[in-house]
Ligand binder design. Structure first.
Ligand code: NDP
Ligand code: 8X3
Length: 260
C-alpha cells in the first residue's frame, strides 16, 4: 500500500551521498513521488545541479560525512521546512582498492572505516532522537553483499558493510517499543561511479569490470528503497539482499600445491 499523495508531500528524506549513483537515483525518485529531499555530498557542483533542477523540493548540504562536528551542526541547523526527517538513507560510502590485506593501503582502509562506518554513525546518532521523539521514522542503511560474503580483496570494505548490517540489527533492538523502522539493503554488482572510485579514477578498469554484464542500476536500488519506505507503518523489512541475475556465489577456493 502506498501512502496518500497529500501525506507523501509532507514527508522529508535525508539522503547522504546523493551526488551520484544510488543516492542521486533515490533523490530523483523520492522528489518525483512528492517528497522533500535533503541531499548531501562533497561535490558542490553536483548538488547545485540538483537544487537548480528541483528547486524548493531539494535542500542541499555540501558535506563530508567524516566531519563529525559539521554533520552535527548541519543537522541541528536544518531549515524549518526540512527539519522533520521521516527517512534517513545512510547511503554515502565507498570501496577503495582490491589488493589483498598484506598489500592494501592503510590510507584506503582508514578512509573506508571513517566514511562507511563512522559517517553512518554520525548521521544516525543525530537524526534518530527526533524520530524516537515523534515515534515515527525510518532509517535505511546501504550495506552490501560484501558484508555477507567474502571475496578476495574485499577485506576492509566487506568488513565495514558487515558492521552496517549488525548495527542495523542492533538499532532495531534498541528501538523496541518505538515505531521507528530500520532496514539494511545489501546490493551486489551495480554500475555507478563505485568502481571508478574503487580503482582510484581508472575509468578503463571500471568499464572493464562491468564488461559483458548486466549490472544493477541506481534506479533498481532506488525502487527498492522507495518500496521499503512505503510499506505500511507496522511492516519492518530487516534486510534485503539483491544481485543482478548475472551474479551468483562461487565455490570455496582450495589452494593446491601444484598451483604455485
Ligand atoms: P557512487 O560512487 O556513485 O556514489 C557514492 C556517493 O557517496 C557519492 O554521492 C559520494 O559523494 C558519496 N560519498 C563518498 N564519500 C563521501 C564522503 N566522505 N562524504 C560525503 N559523501 C561521500 O557509488 P554508489 O552509488 O554505488 O554507492 C552508494 C553506496 O552503495 C555506498 O555505500 C556503496 O558502498 C554501496 N554499494 C554499492 C554497490 C555497487 O556495486 N555500486 C553495491 C553495494 C553497495 P561525493 O563524492 O560528492 O562526496
Ligand atoms: C559493492 C558490491 O560485490 O563490489 O558493495 O563488493 S561488491
Amino acid at each position: 500500500m502506498v501512502d496518500g499523495m497529500e501525506e507523501k508531500r509532507q514527508k522529508t528524506a535525508l539522503i547522504t551521498g546523493a551526488t551520484s549513483g544510488f543516492g542521486e537515483a533515490c533523490a530523483r525518485l523520492f522528489i518525483a513521488e512528492g517528497w522533500k529531499v535533503i541531499t548531501t555530498g562533497r561535490r558542490k557542483d553536483r548538488l547545485a545541479e540538483l537544487r537548480a533542477e528541483f528547486g524548493s523540493a531539494c535542500h542541499t548540504i555540501v558535506q563530508d560525512v567524516r566531519d563529525h562536528e559539521m554533520v552535527k551542526i548541519d543537522i541541528e541547523n536544518l531549515p524549518k521546512e526540512f527539519n522533520t526527517i521521516d527517512l534517513l538513507v545512510n547511503n554515502a560510502g565507498l570501496a577503495l582498492g582490491l589488493e589483498p590485506s598484506h598489500k592494501a593501503s592503510m590510507d584506503d582502509w582508514e578512509t573506508m572505516v571513517d566514511t562507511n562506518i563512522k559517517g553512518l554513525l554520525y548521521y544516525t546518532r543525530y537524526v534518530l532522537p527526533g524520530m524516537v521523539q515523534r515515534n515515527s521514522g525510518h532509517i535505511i542503511n546501504m550495506g552490501s553483499v560484501a558484508g555477507n560474503w567474502p571475496y578476495p580483496g574485499g577485506n576492509t570494505y566487506g568488513a565495514t558493510k558487515a558492521f552496517v548490517k549488525q548495527f542495523s540489527h542492533n538499532l532495531r533492538s534498541d528501538l523496541k517499543g518505538s515505531n521507528v523502522r530500520v532496514s539494511n539493503i545489501e546490493p551486489g554488482l551495480a554500475e555507478t561511479e563505485f568502481s571508478v572510485v574503487r580503482f582510484h579514477g581508472n575509468q578503463a578498469k571500471a568499464d572493464d569490470f562491468y564488461n559483458g554484464t548486466q549490472p544493477l542500476s541506481g534506479e533498481d536500488i532506488a525502487n527498492i528503497v522507495y518500496w521499503l519506505a512505503t510499506q505500511p507503518p507496522h511492516v519492518n523489512v530487516n534486510r534485503i539482499e539483491v544481485m543482478p541475475v548475472c551474479q551468483s556465489c562461487g565455490p570455496f577456493q582450495i589452494h593446491r600445491e601444484q598451483d604455485s
